[in-house]
Write a protein that binds this ligand. Structure first.
Ligand code: NDP
Length: 296
C-alpha cells in the first residue's frame, strides 16, 4: 500500500508555481491577487480561508480577505462581489462556502466574473469543463487529478466509483475522470444517497472517490483488494486523547481500509492540500489571462 501524500505533492507543485510567479514578474507581470470573502466565523471556514491566504503569501501572490458579519444581506454581498469584479487589481475571487441560510450560494457564485472564478463554481466554468473547453476547474477535483498525474496513476479503462454528487466535488470529479485526456479515460459510476446496493458497486471499483461528509462511511467490506481510494471527506469527531478534544477524519475507515489498498489518501494531508494547489494554479492562470486580454 502506498500513501498518496498531499503535503508532499502540493509542496512540489507549489515550488513550481512559486518559480512561475518569479518568471512571470521578471517579464513585467504583476503578482497574482486572490480576494477571498468570508461570511461569519464558522471555525472550519476560518481554517480553510486561513490556509488559502497563507498559501498566497508562500507563493508570492497578493491576497485580500474580506470578512462580513453573518447578518449581511444577499443584496449587500452581491454588491461586494461586483466591487471585486470591477477591481482591476484582483485576479481571482473566492467565496468561502457555506453561506448563511438567508443567502443563496447560487446567486452569489453567479455574480462572480467568470474570468475571476478561480474556484471553478460558476455555471460558465462548469459548462466549459463539461464540454472539455479550457477553463477554471473546480479546485478539489482538479487537485485530485494533479495528484493522480504526479504519481503517474493511469486510470484509463479503470472503473471509478464516485460517492457523492455535489456540484463542487462529486459531479465534476466524474466529468474529469471520464474525459478522453490523461489522467482520464476511466469508466465512471456516480453514486449518492439514493443508490441501491452501494457496497456491491464499490466492490467492483478499481478507484473509489469518497465525497460524502460522513466519518468512516467507506468500510473495508466495501473495498476490493488492490483498489485506489481517494478520501475527500473532512469531518471533525470527538477525541478525548487530543488536547483540542477533537480530530479530523475522512469519509473512509482508514485504519481498516488502508491495508487493502494499492494507494490511499490520508485525512488530513491528502486531498486538502491538493485543493489549495488547484486554487493557486487557477489564480495564476487568471492573472496571466487577464494580462493577455489587457494587452490584446
Ligand atoms: P455535500 O454535502 O454537498 O454532498 C454530499 C454527497 O454525499 C451528496 O451527493 C449525498 O447524496 C451523498 N451522500 C450522503 N449520504 C450518502 C449515503 N448514505 N450514501 C451515498 N451517498 C451519500 O458535500 P461536498 O461534496 O461539499 O463535500 C463532501 C465532503 O468532502 C465533506 O466532508 C466536505 O467537508 C469535504 N470536502 C473536502 C474538500 C477538501 O479539500 N478535502 C473540499 C470540499 C469538500 P445526495 O445528493 O443524494 O444527498
Amino acid at each position: 500500500m502506498q500513501i498518496l501524500d498531499g503535503t508532499l505533492v502540493s509542496a512540489h507543485i507549489k515550488e513550481q508555481i512559486k518559480q512561475d510567479v518569479i518568471d512571470w514578474q521578471a517579464t513585467g507581470g504583476k503578482k497574482p491577487h486572490l480576494a477571498a470573502i468570508l461570511v461569519g466565523n464558522n471555525p472550519a471556514s476560518e481554517a480553510y480561508v486561513g490556509h488559502k491566504v497563507k498559501s498566497c503569501a508562500e507563493l508570492g501572490f497578493e491576497s485580500t480577505l474580506l470578512r462580513f458579519d453573518p447578518s449581511i444581506t444577499e443584496t449587500e454581498l452581491i454588491a461586494e462581489v461586483k466591487k471585486l469584479n470591477d477591481n482591476a487589481d484582483v485576479d481571482g475571487i473566492l467565496v468561502q462556502l457555506p453561506l448563511p441560510n438567508h443567502i443563496s450560494g447560487d446567486n452569489i457564485i453567479n455574480t462572480i466574473d467568470p474570468a475571476k472564478d478561480v474556484d471553478g463554481f460558476h455555471p460558465i466554468s462548469q459548462g466549459k469543463m463539461m464540454l472539455g473547453q479550457p477553463t477554471f476547474l473546480p479546485a478539489t477535483p482538479y487537485g485530485i487529478m494533479l495528484m493522480l498525474e504526479h504519481y503517474n496513476i493511469d486510470v484509463a479503462g479503470m472503473h471509478c466509483v464516485v460517492i457523492g454528487r455535489s456540484n463542487i466535488v462529486g459531479t465534476p470529479m466524474t466529468i474529469l475522470l471520464s474525459r478522453n485526456t490523461k489522467p482520464g479515460n476511466a469508466t465512471v459510476t456516480l453514486t449518492h444517497s439514493r443508490t441501491k446496493n452501494l457496497a456491491e458497486i464499490t466492490r467492483t471499483a478499481d478507484v473509489i472517490v469518497a465525497a460524502i461528509g460522513k466519518p468512516f462511511f467507506v468500510t473495508a467490506d466495501m473495498v476490493r483488494p488492490g483498489a485506489i481510494v481517494i478520501d475527500v471527506g473532512i469531518n471533525r469527531i470527538d477525541d478525548a486523547t487530543k488536547k483540542s478534544g477533537s480530530r479530523l477524519v475522512g469519509d473512509v475507515d482508514y485504519d481498516n481500509v488502508a491495508p487493502l489498498c494499492s494507494y490511499i489518501t490520508p485525512v488530513p494531508k491528502g486531498v486538502g492540500p491538493m485543493t489549495i494547489c488547484g486554487l493557486m494554479m487557477n489564480t495564476l492562470l487568471a492573472a496571466k489571462q487577464k494580462a493577455s486580454v489587457a494587452v490584446s
